[in-house]
Design a protein around this ligand. Structure first.
Ligand code: 4NP
Length: 150
């Protein structure tokens, strides 16, 4: 099972989600866990300092991850593509070229609350507290997605 976590910039939410799921992947349920952004603003950059910090506080090292932009070929490479929010979800849907690709796109918080279509709030312009909130949300979502697959 190959998983791609997707947000806008690939420097806050999706690298945190990638780090969390990698840490939880003790049973090797997933053979590939990566992340990408729908936008190209931060391509090649390491995660936001606040994202690195909240991950570090939870014994997860995401310092060396580098941002990349989602590309069409990713639909073939991954089994599930988790969008962090509604905008990412809609943008990914626009890039899908067939039903099979479309069906790979899911909203990550639906793993916690099916069909609720909630978004992981964008923490970029917000207060540092935002990173604690998204860490908890993503930690819970990753537990649930493992449970739901097992
Ligand atoms: P992310 O957060 O999508 O969780 O990585 C953001 C990062 C950068 C920007 C917006 C959101 N930005 O506008 O540059």
């Amino acid at each position: 099972m190959k998983i791609l976590m997707v947000c806008l910039g690939n420097i806050c939410r999706s690298p945190i989600a990638e780090g969390i799921l990698k840490k939880k992947n003790k049973q090797h349920l997933f053979t590939l866990i990566e992340s990408a952004g729908t936008a190209d603003y931060h391509v090649g950059k390491n995660p936001d300092k606040r994202a690195i910090e909240i991950a570090k506080q939870n014994n997860i090292d995401i310092e060396k991850y580098t941002a990349r932009q989602f590309k069409q070929a990713d639909f073939k490479k991954y089994d599930i593509i988790y969008a962090m929010d509604q905008n990412n979800y809609q943008n990914l849907k626009k890039l899908a070229t067939n039903i099979k690709e479309e069906e790979k796109i899911k909203l990550i918080l639906n793993e916690i609350e099916p069909n609720s279509n909630k978004s992981v709030p964008d923490p970029y312009y917000g207060h540092k507290d935002g990173f604690e909130i998204i860490f908890k949300l993503l930690n819970n979502a990753c537990d649930k997605l493992i449970e739901n697959i097992e």
